[in-house]
Design a protein around this ligand. Sequence first.
Ligand code: PLP
Length: 361
Amino acid sequence: VFNFSAGPAALPVSVLQEIQDELLCYPGAGASVMELSHRGKVFIQIMEEAEASIRSLFGISDDYAVLLLQGGAALQFSMIPCNLLRDSGKSASYLLTGAWGKKAIGEAKKEGTVDTIYSAADTGFDRVPKAGDYTVKDDSAYLYYCSNETIEGVQFQSEPECPTSVPLISDASSDFLSRPLDIDKYGLIYACAQKNAGPAGVTVVVIRRDLLEMGSDKLPGYLNYKNHADNDSMWNTPPTFPIYVLGKVAKWLSSDIGGLAAMEKLNHEKSNLLYQVIDKYPEFYLGHAQVDCRSKMNATFNLPSSGLLEAFVSEAGKNNLQNLKGHRSVGGIRASVYNAMPLEGAQALASFMDDFAAKNG
Ligand code: PLP
């Protein structure tokens, strides 16, 4: 079946096959990768290779630490303000473009002063700001945004404007590894793995090294980025199996796909197929996001009635197109076409949508 789940999401079939082949006995180790000591030579190499592959895909310089953490993206909602806001004597600026940004703001408020300098709440989170829609104070602790709001399906097409004196921070959970990025523009960028990068359980945090010094020694140890950077993400036992899979996905991206620019092109092609059908039947498929803010990862739309919505989901399921129901908070349909969704999956859904609209529209 084609799995359009928003996460945990599909993984590349060739990666799953490799994992299956190695599951009982990792080559040369005499044991499953899940049974290896994180401090042993074999696992350290797996971890170093995973980090190296991510660095090489984005071209990340040594000015940045790449941390492989637990706690999901949600822990970053707190770790960021714990390290960079709590003791800074400053306020932090947030761009609010959807449900995940809202949660992040809620957590940040527990640690310090938050300025929500832009909000798309009034229009139901259907857009991201344009240049001039907000102002960032030069002395903000940081500017935070969510590059792809997974629930509403709105995506920043490029980084928001930010003064050079202010670290730019992005929750890239649902579009990480889907396109090239200039990491030098960021103070910190992070993503949970379970959309484009691997199974749930590991979160990648890329942080500029000067920011590692900002967390207080009084923070609980796990929450201080510096502890993880100083110990190569082995301050405690890292999530070994998810890291192993993350490394395989990163290698698949470079060797099978041809890197992030090639991945972006493919992702563009897949999402375009869906948006073309939505635009062909504008009275039938009611797209949620403004056209220039549409996500290439999660296409969100509604149908004219709840009866048609149910029929769509049920008939799609019979055609092996699964997990298309929108998030319970917004309803409608959400089709997630992350990296591992093959072009044929998007083609099959687009063709189903075309038929369904022609029959029922
Ligand atoms: N941020 C975004 C953009 C997400 O899509 C999600 C999960 O879907 C999260 C944060 C929360 O991730 P986690 O469940 O790993 O904490």
